[in-house]
Design a protein around this ligand. Structure first.
Ligand SMILES: Cc1ncc(COP(=O)(O)O)c(CN[C@@H]2CONC2=O)c1O
Length: 500
């Protein structure tokens, strides 16, 4: 009661008065301390420091700009937003524009029409109001229609939760499933460190399954089973399986047959399937295409009652790359109504996701169609971006593979390459002497010599004793040759310095 509160306040005051800080590293939540997110980790901080140095005196370093290849953030590297999406978003943000005659000279007629359709789904056309905690119903129905058109199977707007990017949706599912460190989540190694970070923040256990680099980062069900049984033998209750398809950082696109085995595995082992599909529109090879796990499950005859599945999508990737707009969703199927009610309750604590992101998610899942006035120009922008990404992926992959001591699997999809470093023993020794993992040592040396920022493989996890780094394929295409030549020059000097 009040007395206890007053006593606690008094104690806090006295602590502060005594000069010991009220909050210090040993008095914050240890789960926060345990959490790590290498995509914006220490190599990036070092790069930012170097950038400040460059600003102060431009000739201080052997390069004139920092090239951030650490994060899948296309528009920070010059990629342009899709015109149609921005037309509709801007009209929805300022509906008064729709009443002005000049607008028709500035905007395509189908963007104006689409903006009206969207505003008519929002009570009072109030894009500045809180929405339903799952997101605006009309937009969720639009997204469900887009999912159904993509997969050929029914989807319901009631199963959609619109979120500020896919990240909060992943946190929500970890929060739902993890009761203690005795609960485990099967995650790919290498993995996108949102997963290890979220599991740590929620006090669960990461149960690793290793992707097979020798088979193009293959996901073998035998490996899943082995890791599952090992975890269970340690008293871990494995709750869910995370699959990232296309893969980050590894860029593989799963074969349909493999996906069927994964769904059967989850069904047989009673696991929730967490399907991270944010790169579903980033496919660069002819012999693969994206199949959602929802489609795979339905094509195997599993219905809404058979398999708990959460599918994550985002507006941050694809050809749209609208990372800063914070749009995305999770489609949850196969959960009981009362469990879904609990997920809704947690979503309601944050009230709702931002409405612009909601609108954008509905546009991404229902882009212009043939016959729409914007269709041709939209397709030119879309195909231009995707074909350029494919060329950049191939150019960087070939460059890495051309170098002594580097092997690199093809980026079939997503936005990254994850080359393997076959480092000489002398380089390993130098890294140990510097007190850093060999791949982090290499990344730091690369940054200091070239200004190129990559993330060490240790930030994603890797088979012990192997070393990698992750490099995005995102610098604008005309910069790629310079990056390749700068990288080659550094790498050849590095190998000369440390060759055994
Ligand atoms: C596999 C995967 N899932 C989810 C997310 C979260 O995206 P949003 O919250 O923006 O929807 C990312 C972001 N990619 C990170 C960010 O940039 N580089 C990365 O590896 C991702 O790569």
């Amino acid at each position: 009661g009040a007395a206890a509160m007053a006593a606690a306040m008094a104690r806090t005051m006295s602590t502060a008065a005594a000069g010991t800080p009220a909050v210090s590293l040993d008095t914050i939540n240890p789960k926060v301390l345990k959490c790590e997110y290498a995509v914006r980790g220490e190599i990036v901080t070092h790069a930012q420091n170097l950038q400040q140095e460059l600003q102060k005196n431009p000739d201080s370093l052997p390069f004139d700009e920092i090239l951030y290849c650490n994060i899948g953030n296309p528009q920070s590297l010059g990629q342009q937003p899709v015109t149609y999406f921005r037309e509709v978003l801007s009209l929805c943000d300022h509906p008064a524009l729709l009443d002005k005659s000049e607008t028709h000279a500035l905007y395509s007629s189908d963007a104006i029409e689409r903006a009206w359709q969207i505003l008519d789904k929002i009570p009072g056309r109030a894009t500045g109001a809180y929405s339903h905690s799952q997101g605006i119903k009309g937009l969720r129905d639009e997204i469900a229609a887009g999912i159904a058109a993509r997969d050929g199977f029914h989807a319901s707007g009631d199963n959609i939760f619109l979120t500020d990017g896919a990240s909060p949706a992943v946190h929500m599912m970890m929060q739902l499933l993890i009761r203690s460190e005795k609960d485990g989540i099967l995650c790919p190694i290498p993995q996108y460190p949102l997963y290890s970070a979220s599991i740590a923040l929620h006090g669960g256990s990461l149960v690793p399954y290793f992707l097979d680099e020798e088979t193009g980062w293959g996901l073998e069900v035998d490996e899943l089973k082995k890791q599952l049984e090992e975890a269970r033998s340690k008293g871990i209750t494995v709750r869910a399986l995370v699959v990232i398809n296309p893969g980050n950082p590894t860029g593989q696109v799963l074969a349909e047959e493999n996906q069927k085995k994964i769904v059967e595995f989850c069904k047989n082992e009673g696991l929730v399937l967490l399907a991270d599909e944010v790169y579903q529109e980033n496919i660069y090879v002819e012999d693969k295409q994206f199949h959602s796990f929802k489609k795979i499950a339905r094509s195997l005859g599993y219905t809404d009652d058979d398999l708990p599945l959460a599918s994550f999508q985002s507006v941050s990737k694809g050809y749209y790359g609208e990372c800063g707009k914070r749009g995305g969703y999770m489609e949850i199927t196969g959960f009981s109504p009362e469990v879904r009610e609990q997920i809704y309750k947690v979503a309601s604590v944050n009230l709702c996701s931002n409405v612009s992101g909601q609108i954008l998610a509905s546009l991404v899942m229902n882009p212009p169609k043939t016959g729409d006035e914007s269709f041709e120009s939209f397709m030119v922008e879309r195909d231009g971006i995707l074909s350029s990404l494919a060329r950049r992926a191939k150019a960087l992959e070939e460059a890495f593979n051309s170098l002594e001591g580097i092997t690199c699997n093809k980026a079939e999809g997503a936005m990254y390459l994850f080359p393997r470093l076959h480092l000489p023993q002398k380089a390993i020794g130098a890294a140990q002497a510097a007190g850093t993992p060999p791949d982090a040592y290499y990344a730091k040396r690369l940054l200091e010599a070239t200004g190129i920022v990559v993330v060490p493989g240790s930030g994603f996890g890797q088979v012990p004793g192997t070393w990698h780094f992750r490099c995005t394929i995102l610098p604008q295409e005309d910069k790629i040759p310079a990056i390749i030549s700068r990288f080659k020059e550094f790498h050849e000097k590095f190998m000369d310095e440390f060759r055994d």
